[in-house]
Design a protein around this ligand. Structure first.
Ligand code: MTE
Ligand code: CO
Length: 430
C-alpha cells in the first residue's frame, strides 16, 4: 500500500518515493522519516522559488515595538477561561496554555490568573508593606526600603490547589490547558522573608504568620514559621521584569512548593502570631472533605504530578503516523523530579521519558518521549516520581484514599485517548 502524506506546504508526496530516496541516500531511516520532504522530490512551488514580501520589503523599525509582543501568527497562544466555572470574571480564573509553550519557564503574559476580587492597580509609590504582631519592632517598608535588602533569584512553580479539581469525579474538560493549566513556573527576584522578619525581631512565641493582600479580597492565610524562615520570598520581579499587575504588582509572597492560595499577591502586611488564625481560606476553602465526613486541613504541599502537554486534546496529531515527539511537564512541591514514565497503552507498559532542561527544586521539569507511532489508537499517560521516591498516583488510588468530595490536590495520572486520525480526548480508565 502506498501511504500518502501531506507536508507543510500542502504538497502530496508518495511515501514509497520517499523511502526509496532515503535508502538510496544511505540514511536508512526508512519509515521514521518525518517532518521534512526531500528537496529533489518537491514540485516547484512559489514558497520556494519566488521571493516573498517579507523577503523583499523593509520591515518595521526599532520604533515599532518599544515593548515587544508575540508574532501576530501566535494569536492562539493565550490564557483562556471556562465560562461556566465562575459567575463573575473578577472572582475567577483563567488557564495557562500548557500545550502551546516549551521549556520550563512560563512567559509572564501566559501565566494563569486567579483573583478573588479582581486585579488591584497599585502605584508602587503608594504601596506600604507592614510587619506587626509578635515582633520586637513593628515595621513599615516602602518599595524603596525593600530594594535595599539582599536579593536572590529562584525558579518555582505555583500551582493552585484547585488545579485539576474539576476532574475528581470523571473526565470533564477537553484540554491540558483546562485540566492542568492552573500552574505556572517563573523566575522570581526577591528578598528572603527571613531577612525582613529578622529586621523586625521575632518574639520567642512567634510561631505563625498571617500574610494579607491589598486587594478587595483581603486574602489571608496562616503560614507556619518554619516555612517562612526556610525559603519564602517577598518578590518584586518575575522573569526579570517587575511583577505583572495580575501577579501581584508591586509585591507578592512566594511560598515554594505550597498551594498557590498561600502566595498572597499585592502583599501589604504580615502579622506574626502564636497560632493559626483559621480564616475562611483555610477552613471552608482549601480543606479536603473526606468520605467519612472528616476533613484534611493545612494540606499545603503540592504533591508530585505530571501531564502530557503534546499531543493533547487541543494539540492533536496532524502529521500522521511515524516519528512523534511527545512532551510534557512534571513537578513536585517536595523537591526535584527524579524520573517520568510514559505509557501509550493506558498504563500497562511504561517507558522512562527523557528529562530535559534545568532540574531545579520545586520547579517544573520538561520531559520528552520520542517514538514511532504506528497509527493505532493510544491511551497516553505520564507518571512522575520525585527525588524522595513519591510516585504520582492513579485516579483510582487517589479516590480510594480521598473519596470524591474534594476539589483540591488532585495530582492523579491523566489519560488522553488518541484516535487513529490523531484527534484526542480526555478520558478515564480504571
Ligand atoms: N492573593 C490575593 N491578594 N488575592 C487573590 O485573589 N489568589 C490566590 C493567590 N494569591 C489571590 C492571592 C490563589 S487562589 C492563587 S492560585 C494564586 O494567587 C494565583 O496566582 P496567579 O494569579 O499568579 O496565578
Ligand atoms: Co488558587
Amino acid at each position: 500500500m502506498i501511504m500518502e502524506e501531506q507536508d507543510k506546504n500542502n504538497e502530496i508526496i508518495g511515501r514509497r518515493a520517499l523511502l526509496k530516496k532515503s535508502i538510496a541516500a544511505g540514511t536508512g531511516i526508512g519509515a521514521s522519516l518525518a517532518g521534512a520532504s526531500v528537496l529533489a522530490q518537491q514540485k516547484p512551488e512559489k514558497l520556494i522559488t519566488e521571493i516573498q514580501d517579507w523577503n523583499r520589503y523593509l520591515g518595521e523599525g526599532v520604533d515599532a515595538r518599544p515593548y515587544g509582543r508575540p508574532s501576530q501568527f501566535e494569536a492562539d497562544t493565550i490564557r483562556r477561561d471556562v465560562a461556566w466555572l465562575t459567575a463573575d470574571p473578577k472572582a475567577s480564573v483563567n488557564f495557562t496554555p500548557l500545550h502551546k509553550i516549551e521549556g520550563i519557564i512560563t512567559p509572564s503574559g501566559l501565566c494563569f490568573e486567579r483573583h478573588h476580587g479582581g486585579i488591584a492597580e497599585i502605584d508602587p509609590g503608594d504601596h506600604r508593606f507592614m510587619i506587626n504582631g509578635l515582633v520586637d519592632t513593628p515595621l513599615v517598608f516602602t518599595m524603596e526600603d525593600l530594594a535595599r535588602f539582599p536579593k536572590e533569584n529562584q525558579v518555582y512553580f505555583l500551582e493552585c490547589a484547585a488545579n485539576t479539581g474539576m476532574e475528581w469525579r470523571g473526565a470533564q474538560l477537553n484540554g491540558c490547558q483546562f485540566t492542568h493549566g492552573m500552574v505556572h513556573n517563573v523566575m522570581y527576584t526577591g528578598v528572603k522573608l527571613k531577612h525582613l522578619l529578622d529586621e523586625a525581631g521575632l518574639k520567642t512565641n512567634a510561631k505563625w504568620l498571617l500574610p494579607e493582600g491589598a486587594d478587595p479580597s483581603h486574602m489571608t492565610r496562616s503560614i507556619p514559621m518554619e516555612k517562612a524562615l526556610e525559603d519564602c520570598l517577598v518578590a518584586t520581579h518575575m522573569n526579570g521584569e517587575a511583577l505583572r499587575p495580575e501577579q501581584g504588582y508591586p509585591l507578592r509572597l512566594v511560598v515554594p512548593g505550597w498551594e498557590g492560595n498561600m502566595w498572597v499577591k499585592w502583599l501589604r502586611r504580615i502579622e506574626v502570631g502564636d497560632k493559626p488564625w483559621h480564616h475562611r481560606e483555610e477552613t471552608s476553602k482549601y480543606t479536603d472533605l473526606l468520605e467519612d465526613g472528616s476533613a484534611r486541613r493545612f494540606t499545603w504541599v503540592m504533591e508530585v504530578k505530571s501531564v502530557i502537554t503534546n499531543p493533547s486534546p487541543q494539540a492533536p496529531i496532524n502529521h500522521g503516523r511515524g516519528q512523534l515527539s511527545l512532551s510534557g511537564l512534571a513537578w513536585s512541591g517536595q523537591g526535584k523530579i527524579k524520573r517520568v514514565d510514559v505509557s501509550i497503552d493506558g498504563g500497562r507498559n511504561w517507558t522512562t521519558a527523557r528529562l530535559d532542561g534545568p532540574s531545579l527544586s520545586k520547579s517544573v521539569h520538561r520531559f520528552y518521549y520520542d517514538f514511532n507511532w504506528d497509527g493505532r489508537e493510544m491511551f497516553l499517560q505520564s507518571r512522575a516520581i520525585d527525588e524522595f521516591g513519591n510516585v504520582q498516583p492513579t485516579k483510582d488510588q487517589l479516590r480510594a484514599a480521598r473519596g470524591v468530595n474534594s476539589i483540591y490536590h488532585n495530582n492523579s495520572i491523566q489519560t488522553w485517548h488518541v484516535r487513529n486520525d490523531g484527534s484526542i480526548e480526555n478520558v478515564e480508565i480504571s
